[in-house]
Design a protein. Structure first.
Length: 223
């Protein structure tokens, strides 16, 4: 009985997490279309001075929320597929969680906000320059090794989950669409124009993937 109750909780959590992502992803696209992220440390600090909230949003605050939701969805997918492909799903889950943890370590949203406060409070040009150097370092870290690790590991995770779906009783189109999204994620968004294009394109099958999973999560949550 406890096992069924736990599975039901996972299903409900994944259902509402998927709905939240289907709302957040278009919202993020609209925000970045309206307000492009700054290109220099000085502009980033100016943005935080103008609006700390907009600064955090541009520094991918919503993406931090997205990844928490993705972790919950991964757990529910493991519950759905563990009987058919337990070992594969365990590896996929491990890679996905490692990638998400790497992303959290890469994002300097609140550190950059703190730098802006210190920069504004600095009384000399030399002190301000020092804070600008720190801001530059944080921005470089934001799109560095940890971020690329996150991107690639989650692409692999999604490909493995999609393969498990293809070998399961669930509709094949879910696995195929998930596979397409995972393959498009194989090139991180930091890899120039092609990376940005692949990143944006991967969102389309990912949203369809989530939408197709909704009835299965709802059924799981009803148990």
């Amino acid at each position: 009985m406890d096992t069924h109750r736990d599975a039901g909780l996972m299903g409900k959590t994944a259902f509402f997490s998927s709905l939240a992502m289907l709302i957040l992803i278009p919202l993020q696209i609209v925000i970045f279309a309206i307000e492009q992220p700054p290109q220099t440390a000085e502009l980033w600090l100016a943005l935080f001075e103008k609006s700390w909230f907009l600064g955090l949003i541009e520094m991918d605050l919503l993406y931090i929320i997205d990844n928490s939701l993705v972790a919950l969805i991964y757990l529910a997918l493991y519950q759905l597929l563990k009987e058919q492909k337990r070992a594969l799903m365990q590896i996929a889950l491990l890679l996905g969680f490692l990638g998400i943890a790497a992303y959290y370590s890469s994002n300097p949203s609140f550190e950059l906000w703190e730098v802006q406060k210190q920069y504004a409070a600095a009384h000399t040009a030399e002190a301000q320059q020092g804070w600008l150097v720190i801001a530059d370092s944080l921005i470089l870290q934001w799109r560095g090794t940890a971020f690329n690790t996150y991107y690639i590991l989650n692409g692999i995770c999604l490909i493995m989950i999609s393969y498990a779906l293809l070998k399961s009783p669930y509709p094949r189109k879910i696995g195929i669409i998930g596979m397409i999204s995972g393959l498009l994620m194989s090139i991180p968004s930091t890899f120039g124009v092609i990376g940005v294009v692949f990143s944006l394109l991967s969102l389309i099958p990912w949203m369809v993937f989530l939408a197709l999973l909704l009835p299965h999560f709802r059924r799981m949550g009803a148990n």
